[in-house]
Design a protein around this ligand. Structure first.
Ligand code: 16G
Length: 261
């Protein structure tokens, strides 16, 4: 793609979109901007170039740029300030509120993500999977199970179920499930998570290299596409001794907190 550069090369200038990919350009741009923020290439408070510049830089329409940015503003990753432009929002300091993949989380910490495959195949949705994914019971689904590693240390066990329409072949999944789903235009943009403490059983303990009965953090994620369709149901078991989930809490700045005494 030939572009005229009007500013010094930076993280935005190195964004690359693939016009031949089945993933719509605005979703690709969202994904690339997210990656730039999560990897630290774009930092909290950084200003994004204007819509016109981005559009000509990437060879896409301004509508595409606007759509990508608007969604990221809604997600809280970017913030728009009247008359000043678009900036990376401080929300990136809340990892639990960002929908990221394991690979992205580890890379952001400077660790090498990896997987040990336990299962990769097709199955028929169980009643629980069918409920979580809003499918008729028995629908064909893709199931993958992996031990997730960081710098070769087991961190978590993940068992994911994805409706087959969003991931035709489990063999399409390489190092990252979300990258494979993105290639099918089905990377989730919103998720609901349920977290609880559990004591790990013997089989899972062996996979995670911890004694049976160790306390772990069990997380269920139901993830959705922008149109609200559920695309992923994943059960993860994270080693409590190695993994911290951090949330930032703020006081509600609404009127209820400013009532005169
Ligand atoms: C995270 C998600 C998991 C998702 C995976 C994709 C949690 C609790 N779970 O581990 O639902 O399937 O990322 O990661 O955060 P990948 O793209 O690296 O395979």
């Amino acid at each position: 793609m030939s572009v005229t550069r009007t500013a010094r090369p930076g993280p935005v200038e190195s964004l690359k979109l693939d016009p031949d990919s089945p993933t719509p350009l605005y979703l690709q741009l969202q994904y690339r901007l997210r990656q730039a923020v999560e990897s630290g290439a774009l930092r909290v408070g950084d200003a994004l170039p204007g819509e016109r510049y981005l559009a000509s830089l990437l060879g896409v329409s301004r509508v595409t740029v606007r759509r990508a940015i608007d969604d990221l503003v809604v997600d809280g990753l970017l913030i728009q300030k009247q008359g000043a432009g678009t900036f990376v929002a401080t929300r990136v300091e809340q990892p639990l509120s960002l929908l990221t993949s394991f690979s992205e989380d580890m890379l952001a910490r400077g660790l090498k993500p990896g997987s040990v495959w336990l299962e990769r195949g097709f199955g028929r949705a169980t009643p629980e999977e069918a409920m979580a994914l809003d499918l008729p019971p028995g629908t064909e689904v893709v199931r993958i199970a992996r031990v997730r590693t960081a710098d070769d240390t087991p961190m978590a066990l993940e068992r994911a179920t994805v409706p087959r329409q969003f991931l035709a072949d489990p063999k399409d999944v390489g190092p990252s499930l979300y990258d494979a789903m993105a290639a099918h235009g089905a990377r989730p943009v919103r998720a609901l998570q349920r977290l609880r403490a559990e004591l790990i059983d013997e089989t899972d303990a062996r996979q995670l290299h911890v004694p049976a009965g160790t306390a772990i953090l069990s997380i269920e994620r139901r993830a959705f596409r922008a149109d609200g369709t559920p695309v992923e149901f994943t059960r993860s078991r994270y080693r409590g001794d190695l993994y911290d989930f951090v949330t930032e809490l703020r006081v509600d700045a609404g009127p209820a907190n400013h009532k005169p005494e």
